[in-house]
Design a protein around this ligand. Structure first.
Ligand code: NAD
Length: 515
């Protein structure tokens, strides 16, 4: 193992001399298929992880349910206090965990640390929430009656997560689910097992110190088969799935076929629209970060750029200069802004998309190739790319498809209505951003005839959401909402309880039904 990798792993107590156990349900186990964690920067194998056998998965689900029956009776503010301790334990390892995200996923170090910070922030939020997950008292139409709406814990919540946020997505779900009194079982991406093992280690230690069964926050590493088994299990009340539209469509149908609950956070295809009155000194660097940050591997990455005709040449010139200055390097190194793609498969997706762009005579304004420099050998580095397809027709393949790589397609528009129509015409509906200083544009953009995405920004790029507001997308992005806002309400089962304190038993709506 390279010294850069062993420094990161040993700072979290991960020993890679042996195969690692990838299952936790109160105890560490795992004797199933071996999954390799491969570093996207160097191509070296970081560790070999023993995933769950079908029997181990079955047993882990059973232990999670047992743990739930204990945990649901722990008072919510006490659950909040344990979350506060989880928050502290994460904060103590913020930099180490951030570096592990960078090592295993490939995003730059500040973004890796930022992801851990999101987990810490949502813990803070959920600590407060643990004292505020209030129900309602509803006015009854009948004398001497009261109606209560009571939030109770839901049961077992499974979190199936994607490779690109190997820590934060679990954090968003764990914190709310935990505060609500559920037990959670996590099936992370098969290519980021080390992040999930390190996080689970930290959480498990806190649970142990508080006498809470470890299976309240269980882990089963594995691939598609493990995901399918969890989705089909009737012992899982809710599946919170983050991943591609393709897999989300299968997961959504399968959960629905057994009338389970699901939260779907699927692919995005996010547009930035730049009006002629926009402050370009803000817009240009923000579009740059949106398109190139995380090497284009955020669900909220900017993939479509709609420029008003009056500013289009100037905007592209300025953007090109930023693209020319960015240099690929080890994401763990200070000052690196561009890391690798996560996998060889992602590099193929990138080169296929560029080939397709060339085949439809799109202009490749910058980029379009993979990096072949010697010091990058072994890594999945590709050039951030801007293209101008001949047609801006949003039903064309290139406009309507999420390509999970740093490719930004640009088009020129003449009026805002046209740009909004293009923005809304794709199947996905995650994030969008408008750059303008005109109040009238703003009003149109956020209103009924405006953007139809779940995240609708003004003078803020498409990526980089905070935890305080609900996060999620509409349409093909799955309509899921996580993190802040009312998202917590999905992690409970609501009971509407009508209570009669009177000596009579009148029927509702004045119905008369004599005894
Ligand atoms: P993916 O769909 O390939 O995998 C996601 C998860 O599903 C993994 O844990 C995988 O093992 C599991 N899985 C695969 N097949 C399954 C099946 N048949 N049943 C159950 N589980 C199964 O996604 P990915 O490549 O890891 O992640 C990238 C995608 O995730 C992009 O499309 C991105 O936009 C999306 N994403 C969305 C959000 C959001 O909040 N909307 C956030 C992050 C990533």
């Amino acid at each position: 193992l390279s010294s850069r990798a062993s420094t990161v792993l040993s700072s979290l107590g991960i020993s890679t001399t042996d195969e690692l156990s990838g299952v936790y349900d109160g105890e560490w186990r795992g004797s199933g298929e071996i999954f390799k964690s491969v570093c996207p920067t160097t191509g070296e194998t970081l560790a070999r992880v023993k995933s769950a056998t079908p029997q181990e998965l079955h047993d882990a689900l059973g232990r999670t349910r047992e743990a739930y029956t204990i945990f649901r009776n722990v008072p919510a503010p006490r659950r909040g206090e344990i979350l506060r301790q989880i928050r502290e334990a994460l904060a103590a390892k913020r930099n180490e965990l951030g570096a592990l995200v960078s090592l295993e996923m490939g995003k730059i170090r500040t973004e890796g640390v930022g992801e851990v910070q999101e987990f810490i922030d949502i813990c803070d939020y959920a600590v407060g929430l643990s004292r505020m997950m209030n129900g309602n008292m509803v006015a009854s139409e009948r004398p001497g009656h009261s109606i209560l709406e009571v939030p109770n814990p839901l049961g077992v919540v499974a979190v199936l997560s994607a490779f690109n946020f190997p820590v934060a997505v679990y954090g968003w779900n764990l914190a709310l689910s935990f505060a609500a009194g559920n037990a959670t079982i996590w099936k992370p991406s098969p290519t980021t097992p080390l992040c999930s093992i390190a996080v689970t280690n930290i959480v498990a230690r806190v649970l142990e110190n508080n006498g809470i069964p470890g299976a309240v926050a269980g882990l089963v590493t594995g691939g598609k088969d493990a995901g399918e088994a969890i989705v089909e299990s009737r012992g899982v009340e809710m599946v919170s799935f983050t991943g591609s539209e393709r897999v989300g469509r299968i997961v959504g149908k399968n959960v629905m076929s057994r009338f389970g609950k699901s939260i779907l956070e699927l692919g995005g295809n996010n547009a930035s629209i730049v009006m002629p009155d926009a402050d370009l000194s803000l817009a240009v660097p923000s579009v740059f970060f949106g398109a190139v940050g995380t090497a284009g591997q955020r669900c909220t990455s900017t993939r479509r750029l709609y420029l008003h005709r009056d500013i289009a040449p100037q905007f592209l010139d300025r953007l090109k200069k930023l693209y020319a200055a960015v240099k690929p390097a080890d994401p763990l190194a200070e000052n690196t802004l561009l890391g690798p793609l996560h996998s060889k498969g992602a590099v193929k997706t990138f080169t296929d998309a560029v080939e397709h762009l060339k085949s439809i005579d799109a202009e490749i304004v910058t980029g379009g190739s993979i990096y072949n420099e010697a010091h990058l050998n072994g890594g999945n580095f590709v050039q951030p790319t801007i293209s101008i397809p001949k047609s801006a027709d949003p039903t064309d393949y290139i406009w309507k498809t999420e390509t999970f790589a740093p490719i930004l397609n640009a088009a020129v528009f003449d009026d805002l209505e046209q740009a909004i129509e293009w923005n809304n015409a794709v199947p996905q509906g995650l994030s969008s951003s408008l750059w303008t200083r005109d109040m009238r544009n703003l009003g149109k953009w956020i209103g009924p005839s405006g953007s139809d995405t779940g995240i609708v920004n003004v003078n803020v790029g498409t990526s980089g959401a905070e935890i305080g507001a609900a996060f999620g997308g509409n349409k093909g992005t799955g309509w899921g909402r996580e993190s802040g806002g009312d998202a917590w309400k999905q992690y409970v089962r609501w009971s509407s309880c009508t209570i009669n304190f009177s000596d009579n038993a009148p029927l509702a709506q004045g119905v008369n039904f004599p005894a």
